[in-house]
Design a protein around this ligand. Structure first.
Ligand SMILES: NC(=O)c1ccc[n+]([C@@H]2O[C@H](COP(=O)([O-])OP(=O)(O)OC[C@H]3O[C@@H](n4cnc5c(N)ncnc54)[C@H](OP(=O)(O)O)[C@@H]3O)[C@@H](O)[C@H]2O)c1
Length: 251
């Protein structure tokens, strides 16, 4: 994708990776729309970054998704980049007698169903542009699961596989299909302590590397991979899968 001159919608744009990418891409001369539930953060972001548009969206609510898609089509007919980035992770313990299936279903809706719904709703707009991008945030855990978050890890593996199929289907359209697979990054995704966890990649370093990959078009078969995620991405090929699974299991 070109790094400038786009109209970009980022879900999960109120914090963490989504917000950092939104601000970086805004600074590069794109029209950026951020979406999320926390109105206070949408207001803060739009105040700090004149030009960024904030739109409320709850991806756990199908009605919210439908009205959001209609609003985006009406207000931003030139939308040419959709970044499905909103996501949640919940721990599940399958050794317990009462496995928290409600948490699993919420994760499926947020991480998978809503991505399908938003993509299906906005692909006609993307396809109508001369050059467009569908991007989805997956995770290094798509390639080696984190045993404490089985459904979360599996949603990201689902998205990886789904994106491969979409990339093939859309190969003769104007839509490029990209997967952003972050490593462990310093955001509040897994709780406030993650934002300062020294084992996680600093958010600004991650964002800068992603923007550089986009600028240099160093995208490998549709995948945006910073250096830190490559051990996970290629664990199976490199014979490291079981070792990494066991290391994650010990956390
Ligand atoms: N940080 C990591 O280590 C890491 C690693 C690999 C992949 N990822 C992925 O990166 C993406 C962003 O995560 P992050 O690290 O930036 O964490 P984050 O700061 O918690 O961001 C999550 C975003 O998702 C949005 N969201 C969650 N539920 C939503 C809902 N029902 N409706 C609308 N928006 C919702 C949140 O916005 P509101 O709360 O305002 O709705 C927030 O903006 C996720 O898909 C995550 O799986 C993160």
């Amino acid at each position: 994708m070109n790094i400038t001159g786009n109209t970009i919608l980022i879900t999960g744009g109120t914090s963490g990776i989504g917000r950092a990418l939104a601000e970086a891409l805004h600074a590069k001369g794109n029209t950026v729309i951020v979406a999320g539930r926390r109105q206070q953060l949408l207001d803060e972001i739009t105040q700090k970054n004149p030009g960024i548009v904030g739109l409320p969206l709850d991806v756990a609510d199908t009605n919210s998704i439908h009205s959001f898609v209609a609003q985006v089509k009406e207000r931003f007919p030139k939308l040419n980049v959709l970044v499905n980035n909103a996501g949640i992770a919940r721990p599940e313990d399958y050794t317990a007698d009462d496995v928290d299936t409600a948490a699993a279903l919420a994760t499926l809706q947020t991480n998978i169903t809503s991505v399908i719904q938003l993509t299906a709703g906005l692909l006609p707009t993307l396809r109508a542009q001369p050059k467009s991008t569908l991007m989805v945030t997956t995770s290094g855990l798509a390639f080696v699961p984190f045993p404490k978050a089985p459904v979360y890890s599996a949603t990201k593996a689902f998205l990886h596989n789904w994106l491969d199929a979409l990339r093939y289907q859309l190969r003769e359209t104007s839509v490029e299909v990209l997967e952003l697979a972050p490593p462990y990054v310093q955001t509040e995704f897994g709780g406030p302590q993650q934002a300062t966890d020294p084992r996680a990649m600093p958010l600004d370093a991650f964002t800068n590397e992603v923007v550089q990959i986009l600028e240099d078009n160093k995208i490998e078969k549709g995948e945006i991979l910073v250096e830190n995620v490559k051990p996970l991405r290629w664990a199976e090929k490199n014979g490291q899968y079981q070792q990494m699974l066991e290391m994650f299991g010990s956390f």
